[in-house]
Design a binder for this molecule. Structure first.
Ligand code: MN
Length: 130
């Protein structure tokens, strides 16, 4: 068992190359090898979102607080708020982030090979669902 109290989680800025706006990563579980889940808390400021990306082994997002958005390249789009869960299938190109007027925190649970990031930022039109 490994207990980490809330004040000891090592929050750090999310990589600028992979995000629009400001976000933070808080590692909750770091695997010893790639077969284990990576569990991160992710805090997004209003208007912040990931670049387009995919996860070879899929991903589960669990919204802890705030109000956020998730969309894929198939045109599906959903809001998420505290207690909501979104399952991203392996390989699906998608993004997630806060709403334009509210912050959002989610847990991300990712398994398998590392996330495949693109350098495609989510445009303002994509973000607004225009
Ligand atoms: Mn993702």
């Amino acid at each position: 068992m490994h207990f980490t109290s809330t004040d000891l989680i090592k929050w750090a800025p999310a990589p600028e190359a992979q995000f629009t706006g400001r976000a933070w990563f808080g590692p909750m579980a770091e695997p010893d090898d790639s077969s284990e889940a990576v569990v991160l808390g992710v805090v997004f400021e209003p208007n912040a979102r990931t670049n387009w990306h995919s996860h070879p082994g899929g991903q589960v997002l669990y919204c802890v607080s705030g109000y956020g958005l998730v969309a894929n390249d198939g045109g599906e789009r959903t809001a998420m708020t505290a207690g909501d869960t979104v399952q991203i299938p392996p390989g699906e190109l998608h993004w997630h982030g806060a709403a334009f007027d509210a912050p959002m925190t989610h847990l991300s649970i990712t398994v398998g090979d590392p996330t495949e990031w693109t350098d495609r930022q989510v445009t303002d039109d994509e973000y607004r669902g225009a």
